[in-house]
Ligand binder design. Structure first.
Ligand code: SAM
Length: 354
């Protein structure tokens, strides 16, 4: 097992693993390790988080810009085939108002996330993004709007977009094909990540934990994929079912799996910015607290207009990481202090870029 007394050696042990030895380690933590040993794993993870980012937790203002989506992921509540989904999209003025609210609260990063909405063409996105950068030049701008072509990514980068989140979802093609319909392409998603890296975006990858048809081998592939891609951001949260999707009858499995994998990923990719996801907070606040204590260092409070929040429904009972009120931000800050963590409102760039 890992050398708990020497974090550098423990990391080296993980780095040397091939898929099969990593699968054995993951299985051990999932099924056999006792609480003491898992606690030691978390201590290793904390060591690396603190080494690069100390106890800082970066705030990102999340703006959910559209619930329209042309994709049809079997797990997602805003998939195009969900006829019961309420669809909305924010116009440019509303998006800028959300940024303005966030700016007043001290946010220095805005994350625009949405379904793959064909309304947001290259020209429209360039206009929105360059307006945000013009109005808030000191703030970082992150997009999470799915798979685009090379020129679209390139133009967005040239117009000031700093970061792009695009979870790889799974690094195993046969697994990808069980999570998505035939018209969606594993190779294209992987290629998008390659382009984002090539264009020097701070790039985010990641996957859902305990998604349908996932197993220890696919998870080992995911961790090796993340190690090799070396993304600046990694988003990992539990799969949560949505009642109007083909995966409605799959259950939430074991949230400790997410916490264990966050720790292993922190050790493998130690400088990554890792959020305590909304999905974790949705299951129970105690899990997002544990993620922050041990491995994560980002939270993304919601700046979206309150009247649309429930319509960005990716899974049942989706919660927000707080909202745009000063009171909420101050509550989150107090909670972090109670966990011996420190709220940080700077841009929170990747370690090597700070
Ligand atoms: N459309 C963009 C994309 O594809 O990257 C961004 C929005 S997408 C809804 C954001 C992420 O939500 C996905 O990458 C997926 O991992 C996660 N997600 C979707 N449905 C989920 C579910 N049922 N449980 C947990 N996470 C889910």
């Amino acid at each position: 097992m890992l050398d708990y007394n020497n974090p550098t050696v423990a990391r080296e042990q993980l780095l040397q693993c091939n898929n099969s030895s990593l699968a054995t380690i993951i299985e051990y933590y999932f099924t056999q390790a006792n609480i003491n040993e898992i606690e030691k794993l978390y201590t290793l993870s904390r060591y690396f988080r603190n080494k690069y980012y100390s106890n800082k937790v970066y705030f990102r203002g999340l703006i959910e810009i559209s619930s329209y989506c042309k994709q049809d992921c079997y797990y997602c509540g805003i998939r195009k085939s969900n006829k019961k989904a309420n669809r909305y999209r924010l116009d440019k003025g509303t998006i800028l108002e959300c940024c303005e609210k966030g700016n007043k609260l001290g946010f220095k990063t805005f994350v625009l996330q949405g379904g793959e909405d064909p309304f947001f063409t290259k020209d429209i996105m360039i206009d929105i993004c360059s307006s945000i950068k013009k109005q808030f030049p000191k703030s970082a701008l992150t997009l999470s709007i799915g798979e685009l072509d090379y020129d679209f990514y390139k133009k967005l980068k040239e117009n000031g977009v700093d970061r792009f989140l695009l979870r790889h979802e799974t690094a195993t093609k046969s697994h990808y094909e069980k999570l998505h319909p035939p018209f969606m392409s594993f190779d294209n998603r992987q290629n998008c990540l390659k382009i984002l890296k090539e264009l020097k975006y701070q790039t985010g990858a990641g996957f859902m934990v305990d998604s349908p048809f996932q197993n220890i081998e696919t998870i080992a592939n995911d961790l090796i994929f993340l190690k090799n891609l070396n993304p600046e951001m990694i988003g990992m949260g539990p799969f949560l079912p949505h009642k109007d999707t083909p995966f409605k009858n799959f259950k939430i499995l074991n949230i400790n799996h997410t916490l264990i994998l966050l720790a292993l990923v922190r050790i493998l990719v130690p400088k990554a910015l890792i959020p305590a996801t909304t999905a974790l907070a949705t299951v129970d606040k105690k899990y997002s607290d544990l993620a922050l204590i041990n491995s994560a260092n980002v939270i993304m409070p919601n700046l979206s207009p309150p009247n649309h929040r429930k319509d960005y429904s990716l899974y049942n009972n989706k919660k927000s990481w707080g909202n745009e009120s000063a009171q909420q931000i101050s509550n989150i800050t107090k909670n972090l202090n109670n966990l011996n963590l420190c709220a940080d409102f700077s841009r929170g760039d990747y370690f090597d870029l700070q």
